[in-house]
Design a protein around this ligand. Structure first.
Ligand code: FAD
Length: 404
């Protein structure tokens, strides 16, 4: 039995344990996860780690000595399959029962897989864990052509790395632009042009009908009949939050487990944090959303830890995120979904510009490409939901801080 048992040893789980000790929690802490490694950072998986620019040791959130000194019991290689909120226990896939005083659910999500024929052939990869990327790296020497299915951040980051590694890369996107779910059109068009300039074949509005291959993938067939030969396919079509055991135990939720501003679920003594937590976010007009970012994982985990310790805390952080592709550094602040106007600040052709999103005249988000100043200064505009004349926002000769 642990006074606090954390299920899921990724960003949010690790931060919950760190924050508990930082705020002098004296009880026992168990940090249980289904992966074999010490908690590590996920963002480099589709960037420096896939590229071979960063060894795994540099992805670790903390080293083994840290967890040891803080007396956080690491319980790797275990999958929680059942929660008993009355008896205050969880059960693992191996039949172990572990008791808890307070449970923090921090399981993130599992990548969606292709539903079409051939969708589980060897050579088809998702990008979520170190093991996923190690499998890709091991196969790469025998791979010339890669088809990336899904033009979201992870698919595009992987495409950029693989193009740099000399592979012939095709990106298939079902919508009429890449990043359609998360960004405005100017940003999508910019990234499409960048990828094409780097030799990546970007196909929009295409539907994958089947994957061909005997033992492993040899090609991807599109609706309409065309087949793209490939030795590897990468599927980046989003995640499903890993919340079935909690929902089965009666927690409210659906697409994620519902939490309040202290990250409490509807079940007693059970919190949920990170990618799996569905919450009302004031930066999304109080809509219920799940955020998939390191910032959100860390902030929700910290709020949960403080709440457990009886310290007043409310989750109210400005969302932010980054993505690296080629030599481009994208930084986003706020949540652009639900915008009704878009202002372009600077020239995409200069490879340094920002896209500013408005709703009802108020600034709700910025996407900044190689424009860190805008990102830093625009944060205040998002925080205050500033009302600013779009013509002034568009004028990149005036710093955003002068408009605040
Ligand atoms: P995770 O880090 O996924 O941790 C959850 C852990 O729980 C995993 O180890 C999982 O295997 C485990 N688990 C799941 N179910 C169970 C179970 N039943 N029992 C035991 N363990 C379980 N965010 C950014 O802000 N910037 C970026 O540039 C960025 N790039 C990314 C690139 C990639 C390739 C990926 C995959 C994600 C990226 N993200 C990025 C998102 C970011 O990594 C996530 O938002 C963050 O990891 C969420 O933390 P989490 O703890 O909620 O989930």
């Amino acid at each position: 039995r642990y006074d606090v048992l954390i299920v899921g040893a990724g960003h949010a789980g690790a931060q919950a344990a760190i924050a508990l000790r930082q705020h002098q929690f004296a009880g026992s802490i168990g940090l249980l996860g289904d992966e074999p490694e010490l908690p590590y950072e996920r963002p480099p998986l589709s960037k420096e780690y896939l590229a071979g620019d960063k060894p795994f040791e540099r992805l670790l959130i903390r080293n083994a000595a840290f967890w040891d000194e803080r007396q956080v019991a690491l319980l790797p290689g275990r999958t929680a399959v059942k929660v008993d909120p009355v008896g205050h226990t969880i059960a693992t896939a191996d039949g172990e029962n572990i008791g808890y005083g307070t449970l923090i659910w921090a399981t993130g999500g599992k990548p969606r897989r292709l539903a079409c024929a051939g969708g589980d052939l060897a050579g088809i990869h998702t990008v979520r864990t170190r093991a996923d990327v190690d499998r890709m790296i091991a196969e790469l020497p025998a791979v010339r052509r890669v088809v990336v299915i899904g033009g979201g951040y992870i698919g595009l980051e992987a495409a950029a790395v693989l193009a740099r590694l000399g592979r012939e890369v095709t990106v298939l996107e079902a919508q009429d632009r890449v990043l359609a779910r998360v960004a405005g059109e100017p940003l999508s068009r910019f990234f499409e042009a960048e990828h094409r300039a780097h030799g990546v074949d970007i196909r929009l509005g295409v539907v994958v009908e089947a994957i061909f291959g005997e033992d492993r993938v040899t090609g991807v067939r599109l609706a309409g009949g065309e087949t793209l030969p490939a030795e590897m396919a990468i599927v980046g079509i989003g995640i499903d939050p890993a919340v079935a055991p909690l929902l089965d135990a009666g927690a409210n939720g659906g697409n994620g487990v519902l939490v309040d501003a202290q990250s409490r679920t509807s079940l007693p003594d059970i919190f949920a944090v990170g990618d799996c937590a569905l919450h009302a976010n004031r930066f999304a007009a109080d809509r219920g959303i799940r955020l998939e970012s390191v910032q959100n994982a860390n902030d929700q985990a910290t709020v949960a830890a403080k709440t457990i310790l009886g310290v007043d805390a409310v989750y109210d952080a400005v969302p932010w995120f980054w993505s690296n592709q080629y030599d481009l550094k994208l930084q986003t602040v706020g949540i652009s979904a639900g915008h009704d106007a878009v202002v372009l600040r600077g020239e995409p052709a200069s490879r340094s510009f920002s896209v500013i999103y408005l709703r009802a005249g108020r600034v709700i988000a910025l996407d900044c490409v190689n424009a860190t100043k805008d990102y830093v200064q625009g944060r205040k505009l998002v925080l205050e939901a500033s009302v600013i004349d779009p013509a002034r926002l568009a004028d990149n000769t005036t710093p955003l801080k002068d408009l605040a």
